[in-house]
Design a protein around this ligand. Structure first.
Ligand SMILES: *Cc1c(COP(=O)(O)O)cnc(C)c1O
Length: 350
């Protein structure tokens, strides 16, 4: 083991949600994928990029993602140098830490939220500090002036599904001496976004993913909006050909079809409301959700019992053994039929 950095050799590594083989018949509600296909324009764009003989794949892709960035800039109303694309928003989270925190310096995030932040910090040798939530979903013990190099705020929160109010996010930006990274992975399912804070606060970065609302988890696409100075730093440290030709074509086409996005998001939100009502009829306690999943607790507050019973029925949801989450389950919103079947199973399980 002397060949390796001792901290890397000792680290546990992140464990992603279970991905069963595609040919197995699961109702898969564990990693917040979209149950509907991406825009048909995405398939058209990929086929057009490939051509009849895949000739285009012979050449490198555009290292600057110009077409896709231009489209995103028009859509969000920011100059193009305020935007960067990424190989999944995970790439951005990683590079944000690399750009801001030297070994031994601190980054922070909310517990519970996305634990991958901790893995990324560990790789960089950065220290991690977490802040809990009070009963009103405000940060516990967050200092008037937080001196960490970077703070991740997941909103809507995963796995709980609530969103922080805009004026509170604005206040947190003021209180952060370093960057405030607003991870908006689920924002398309929410009532509002914090994107405008990027204009107002120099230390705010907003990250987005195509994995949930755009149904493109398999394509690995994300983007960030921030001041050009921050974007330039992220641009310097990324892999120069981080997005392949098919991903660039898909991402651009997906952004250009907002009608499809609006339609699938509306369907998922409607299914979410029906599912929540059904859960409440079964006596579940459900946190109001702004995302494409809900966090709900059975009457006996035994998440593991219900997880196992659903698993036996080939329904896959997310259970967290962390003591502050073990009383419930995070369930992705699938199709109406999938959620009806899930409710029927939950009723049966009791
Ligand atoms: C899904 C998710 C991501 C990762 O998105 P990718 O673009 O698939 O890498 C980031 N943050 C949160 C909170 C997520 O839930």
């Amino acid at each position: 083991m002397t060949l390796l950095r001792p901290d890397i050799a000792a680290m546990a590594g992140y464990v992603p949600g279970f991905q069963p083989p595609d040919n197995e018949a699961w109702i898969k509600l564990n990693t917040n994928e979209n149950p509907y296909p991406p825009s048909p324009k995405v398939l058209e764009a990929i086929m057009a990029e490939l051509g009849s003989d895949a000739e285009s794949l012979r050449k490198y892709p555009d290292p600057a993602s110009r077409a896709m960035r231009q489209t995103a800039a028009g859509l969000y109303g920011f100059p193009v140098d305020w935007l960067i694309t990424a190989n999944g928003s995970d790439e951005l989270l990683n590079n944000l830490i690399r750009a801001c925190a030297e070994s031994g310096e601190e980054i922070g995030y909310v517990h519970p939220s996305y634990s991958y932040y901790a893995t990324l910090a560990e790789i960089q040798g950065a220290k991690v500090r977490t802040f809990g939530l009070d009963e009103n979903f405000r940060l516990l013990d967050f200092p008037t002036r937080y001196a960490g190099k970077l703070f991740f705020l997941t909103t809507p929160n995963a796995p709980l599904g609530f969103a922080f109010p805009l004026d509170y996010i604005d206040e947190l930006a003021e209180r952060c001496a370093g960057l405030l990274v607003i991870d908006e992975a689920y924002v398309d399912f929410a009532e509002f976004s914090a994107l405008e804070l990027v204009r107002k606060q120099a230390n705010v970065v907003v990250t987005r993913t195509f994995s949930k609302s755009y149904s493109l988890a398999g394509m690995r696409l994300g983007l960030a909006v921030a001041r050009p100075e921050i974007i330039r730093a992220l641009d310097k440290i990324r892999d120069h050909y981080h997005l392949d030709r098919l991903a660039l074509a898909a991402g651009n086409a997906a952004l250009n079809d907002q009608t499809h996005l609006t339609k699938t998001v509306a369907r998922i939100r409607a299914t979410r409301e029906t599912f929540v009502a059904g859960l409440e009829r079964l006596g579940y306690c459900v946190i109001p959700s702004q995302a494409n999943f809900v966090f709900a607790s059975p009457p006996d507050r035994n998440g593991k019992r219900v997880y196992d019973a659903l698993f036996d029925r080939k329904i896959l949801v997310r259970y967290f053994s962390d003591p502050i989450l073990a009383h419930g389950l995070r369930m992705t919103i699938g199709t109406d039929l999938e959620m009806e079947q899930t409710l029927a199973a939950l009723k049966d399980i009791g």
